[in-house]
Design a binder for this molecule. Structure first.
Ligand code: NAD
Ligand code: ZN
Length: 360
């Protein structure tokens, strides 16, 4: 048996207001006056000088605002890389992603594609990246996905929704400043926060579980219970704790895997463009038979925060639509094996998946 040798984020700053240290951190990483830093920033901050005025642009540094309306696409990564090459005299000194999972994943993918030939779609899979990415920094502004610690960047390509999983994907530096998350709308806070909760449940109940994943998963799960079910936390405490829950939830799945909700949510997202956080919630709500305890608690959290999930997403779908979703979901074999064991194909058939999707 050979154990996986995972890279981790080598540097991290944690603290309220630590975003102010970004400029200092970058100063020592500048490769030259013609090698700019490129800031990919969620366009929700476009008219928010509280955040953008704290980014010091020097020489040819650029801020590129990107919408997080849709999840990242391989073609979008290719376009961004082309724009950056055209606007930079030399290969950039670094890429800084500021936003949620969408912007973090874009920053990771762009930093890889600046040093690797071809299209981002050529690298969707495991360990296909050949050259080290350029220096890249992640600054989350919403907590839950774990994209700030993970070894993947999830992209929708022409043929599949699949991550670029590689040793070069993780950030070189992460800045965890919970103050940046203070403006997140309540629904979105819940959906992205539940991504973390679902990571914990899928990891902790999976067949791949080991002591490494379990320790991180338990820490994150405990934090989620405090944040979403107890009412004694201040806003600041709650924001800081969710930031750490996201981190630990991400660390938990590094050495295990996610499960049924993620597999099915990828199907929804591929066909309907349903975003990761809300998609996971819509699916998880119907998974009592796989995660009885986890779903019970999820429903309690949903009620506690008055969250009403959309219904009837699959009401008007054709058989061929269902088949597309089912094919995407079933292709994620490690997720099913983690959730249900080696004989998962006996439990999860296309008919079974269809009947589950029909409830959503
Ligand atoms: P997101 O980045 O899609 O953002 C969700 C919404 O919140 C957007 O409208 C965004 O503009 C808004 N927002 C973000 N920060 C805000 C703030 N401070 N104030 C106000 N609004 C704010 O959300 P997400 O749930 O963090 O990320 C989802 C993406 O992450 C998906 O594309 C998914 O595939 C990816 N993901 C990646 C990994 C990984 O390991 N790489 C893991 C899980 C999910
Ligand atoms: Zn997730």
């Amino acid at each position: 048996m050979s154990y996986k040798n995972f890279p981790m984020v080598p540097r991290v700053i944690f603290g309220r207001g630590s975003f102010n240290q970004l400029n200092d951190v970058l100063a020592s990483k500048r490769l030259g006056i013609n090698a700019p830093f490129i800031f990919l920033v969620d366009d929700v901050f476009k008219n928010n000088s509280w955040l953008t005025s704290r980014i010091q642009l020097s020489y040819d540094d650029k801020i590129i605002f990107v919408s997080a309306e849709e999840e990242p696409k391989t073609s979008q990564v290719d376009d961004l890389v082309e724009d950056i090459i055209l606007m930079s005299k030399q290969r950039p000194s670094g890429v800084i992603g500021i936003g949620g999972g969408t912007l973090l994943d874009l920053a990771k993918a762009v930093s890889i594609m600046l040093t690797n030939e071809g299209s981002a779609k050529d690298y969707q899979g495991w360990d296909l990246v050949k050259s080290k990415a350029i220096y890249h920094v992640g600054v989350p502004t919403i907590s839950g996905t774990g994209a700030e610690v993970s070894r993947t960047t999830v992209l929708t390509g022409p043929e599949k929704k699949l991550g670029i999983n590689s040793d070069f994907t993780p950030f070189d530096q992460v800045i965890l400043d919970s103050e940046l998350t203070r403006g997140v709308p309540k629904d979105q806070w819940f959906y992205t926060g539940m991504d973390c909760y679902i990571h914990c449940i899928e990891s902790l109940t999976g067949t791949y579980l080991n002591a490494f994943s379990e320790s991180y998963g338990n820490m994150a799960l405990d934090l989620c219970k405090q944040i979403f079910l107890e009412d004694h936390l201040s806003d600041i405490e709650s924001q800081e704790k969710l930031m750490m829950a996201s981190w630990h939830g991400g660390m938990s799945i590094v050495y295990s895997q996610v499960g049924v909700a993620h597999a099915m949510s990828y199907g929804l997202s591929y066909l309907l463009g349903t975003k990761h956080g809300i998609g996971n919630c819509i699916v998880f709500d119907h998974l009592e038979e796989f995660y009885p305890e986890g779903v019970k608690l999820f429903k309690q959290m949903k009620a506690e925060h008055g969250i009403v999930l959309p219904k009837g997403l699959c009401a008007d779908l054709s058989d061929s639509d269902f088949n597309v979703m089912i094919k995407v979901a079933l292709s994620l074999e490690p997720l099913w094996e983690n959730a249900l064991g080696k004989n998962w194909k006996k439990i999860i058939t296309p008919e079974k998946l269809k009947s589950l999707y029909q409830k959503m």
